[in-house]
Design a protein around this ligand. Sequence first.
Ligand code: BT5
Length: 260
Amino acid sequence: MINKDQILADLATKQFGKNVLSFDTIDSTNTYAKKLNKAEAPHGTIIIAEQQTDGRGRMHRKWVSPKDKNLLFSVILYPEMDIEKISLLPFAGSLAVADAIESVTELSPTCKWPNDVLINNKKVCGMLLETSSGNYGIERIILGIGLNVNQVEFPDDLITKATSLTVECGLEVDRIRLLQKILEELENRYEQLSRFSAGQLLNDWRMKALLFGKKITVLENEFSFTATAIDVADDGSLIIETEEGRKRNIFAGDVSLAYR
Ligand code: BT5
C-alpha cells in the first residue's frame, strides 16, 4: 500500500501532500475528504487509496479502478482566490497531471476540456472537483484525481475509451514518483493561478489541448448536437460554433462532450 513515508521522501512541495491519509480500501477519497474538518485536514492534505468501492465521476457517473494499480487520491484546498480563478482549477489540475506524466514517462498526453487527460485519444485521467461554501463563499475544494497508471486490463465498456500509462509506454511506472511530481506541478500551477492573471495558465493549457478546430458532439440536457470547438474563454467555458454558425459558450457543469 502506498504510504505516507514513501510520499514524503523527496517530495519537493511546501504544502501539497505534506499531510497524508492513506487507505487500503475506502468508499471514495472525495467522500471521505468531505467529512474532515480544517484542523484534521488542512490545505494541501491528500487522501489516497488503493481501491474505492464507490469511486465517483461527475454527474453521478462511476470511476472504476482495480486495486493496487493506479492513483486514486483527493487534494483538499482552502483557496484564497476569487471565484473566477477557482473555476479555473480544473485547468490547473489537468495541466499538472499532463506535465507530470510527460516528465516521468516519454508519453505526450493531451488535455480535454474541461478536466480529462488523454493519451492517443483515450482517457487516462479524470477529475472530480467538489466545493463547499461557508459564510464568505467557497471555503473548501476537494480535487479528486483518478489516474490509470499500471492497469493492463479494462472492463468491456471502457476498452475503447480508456487507457493507462503502462499500456501506452509498455513499462511499469513508479506510482510514488508520479504522485510526487503531480503534487509538485499542482502546487506550482495553484500558485501561478493565485498570483498571476489567469491568461498564463490558460495559454499553457491551450498548448496541450487538441480540441480547437475539431468537430465535437455536445450533450446538453439529453439533447445532443454537433459543433466546432473554437477556444477556451477566460472564465473557463468552451467557445463553440454550432452548425448554424452561431457562437456560444458552454459550461462544464452543463454538458458532456465527445470528439467526432
Ligand atoms: C471523471 O468523471 O472523470 C472524474 C473521475 C474522478 C475519479 C477520482 S478517483 C479519486 C476521487 N474519488 C472519487 O470518488 N472520485 C475521484 P467523468 O468525466 O464523469 O467520467 C466518468 C466516466 O469515465 C465514466 O462514466 C466512464 O465512462 C469513464 N471511466 C470510469 N472509470 C474510468 C477509468 N478508470 N479510466 C477511464 N475512464 C473511466
